[in-house]
Design a protein around this ligand. Sequence first.
Ligand SMILES: *Cc1c(COP(=O)(O)O)cnc(C)c1O
Length: 397
Amino acid sequence: MSDQNPVFIPGPTNIPERLRHAMNVPTFDHRAPDFVDFLAPLLDDLKKVFKTTTGQVVTFPSSGTGGWEAAITNTLSPGDRVLVARFGMFSHRWIDLCERHGLEVDVIECEWGEGAPADLYGAKLAADTDHAIKAVLVTHNETATGVVSDIGAIRRAMDACGHPAMLYADCVSSLASMDFRMDEWGVDLAVSGSQKGFMLTTGMAIVGVSRKALAACETATCPRCYLDFRDMIGANAKGGYPYTPPVQLMRGLRESLDMLLGEGLENVFARHHRIAEGVRRAVSAWGMTLCAKSPNLYSDTVSAIYVPAGFNSDALTELAFEGYGVSFGVGLGEMAGKAFRIGHLGSLTDVMALSGLAAIEMAMKDQGYPITLGSGVAAAQEYYRTTRPGIELRKAA
Ligand SMILES: *Cc1c(COP(=O)(O)O)cnc(C)c1O
């Protein structure tokens, strides 16, 4: 029966019934004349989620990593310099990808649990007076440490020294769950995927591309074929796809957009914030600490939580799975064994979150953690009880 339990991993996330049904459709022809009636509004609605009116959205059958590869190979050339901060496993993997494509990677090393340091980015860019740096890369939400970074601050640091590099944001675990503003923050390439905030199966990379980034495709020489933006945008403009699209997944994406835009993006963000805050109340009731070093860095989609000294977080997540049939995120990279993660994004309610907190408490107790059963759950309950949407209206009535 454990397949009835929600997962608390930060992707792939829980797929709501409505989306599973939406994907259960017969094959339809992506070369039929009516495919454009489906595709064009889908791409338009994706722009609303990225908050761009001037950019375009490109989709590839791939996981999010393919979106990174598309962003890099379409806009850069081997030998180009890129500036990036490393503060977790995902920013680390992005650096690796750039290096393997022959880019010159200028890494700002940060402690894990810190966010992207806008001041250090600014100093490096100001010192780059001949504008050798072509790309500035930032992981908006570092899923390994549960840290959200201020992309707007990076943009301001770039503008303050008039640096013309393009800005790349990994928003795989933030888009459609936390505020993201492609146009306002001047993001040139925004990389996401289908299996996190969009609540779908893995299988689609979703990339926001600015006009400047599109122009860069004309001169960039990194090899690319399958992931070429121009092939995709050209085919999309004619109502098609350059190869076979995952049509069932796209039906799911259609429905996901209807759900997200129907709830209202700001309400989606508020829901994520409230659920996350309840989880954070539980963490502090347990007497544990988050990897994220300060409240302004707390992610509303994932919390990485240090286990007490002498305990191994991998043993905890294993026991939660074996004993209770509930999946939590393991510690990645430097965090292996030291921290576990609670993914709280996508299709989730406060009541579902409470079940996850209760399950991990049982696993903690089984392992002899110094906690009282129900302490974290009670702290979250109290928060959820007193902040439930509409409570002010009901009090007044
Ligand atoms: C999930 C994730 C990715 C992409 O991973 P895939 O497994 O390739 O979909 C990239 N960056 C971050 C921050 C992520 O959370």
